[in-house]
Write a protein that binds this ligand. Structure first.
Ligand SMILES: Cc1cc2nc3c(=O)[nH]c(=O)nc-3n(C[C@H](O)[C@H](O)[C@H](O)COP(=O)(O)O)c2cc1C
Length: 153
């Protein structure tokens, strides 16, 4: 019998333990991206991770079991701390395209990060799921536009 797998979405945020020195930080980030991209491609997880002003915030989607397993590892990873779940729910369809994309504040993203004031919401500890969700959508549209791909949604 076929078992139908259900899709879930997790949005969480945490405090970064990565190095502050730019050279070391870059190395650590590159390693994280390599590791996560490979694993998410294998587990069919799609996600965007924002790393900004000492915080991580990630939206991830995928099969419920794959997501459970991955999040269990993420929650005990010492590259960050104070992991707080903002939303964990079943969803009817995927909304993200990349397996793993790391977003930082730069010329391409600062307008969006400023408009949504995510850093301030995270610092206050009161981020709203729908607000973060809209921000991830804007970041994805920006990312795809940069690559010359029109948003599918
Ligand atoms: C902020 C942050 C986000 C992460 N996101 C993912 C992710 O999307 N997918 C993933 O497989 N691992 C992610 N990781 C890495 C996991 O915590 C863990 O190191 C990795 O899955 C190791 O898996 P393994 O022990 O099976 O090799 C993330 C780690 C951090 C600190």
């Amino acid at each position: 019998m076929l078992t139908r797998s259900s899709l879930s979405r997790i949005i969480y945020y945490s405090r970064s333990n990565l190095e502050r020195e730019p050279g070391l930080l870059r190395e650590q980030e590159q390693q994280l991206v390599r590791q996560c991209r490979r694993q998410n491609e294998f587990a069919l997880i799609t996600s965007i991770l924002v790393h900004d002003r000492g915080y991580f915030c990630q939206m991830m989607e995928g099969d419920r079991e794959a997501l459970n397993q991955t999040f269990r590892k993420i929650s005990v990873d010492n590259r960050h701390k104070d992991v707080r779940i903002v939303e964990w729910r079943e969803i009817p369809r995927r909304e993200l395209l990349p397996s793993f994309e790391l977003i930082e504040r730069n010329l391409m993203t600062q307008e969006i990060l400023e408009r949504f004031e995510i850093d301030e919401e995270l610092a206050r500890g009161t981020p709203k799921p729908s607000h973060l969700h809209d921000c991830f959508h804007a970041l994805q549209a920006n990312l795809l536009a940069k690559r010359g791909i029109e948003a599918l949604t």
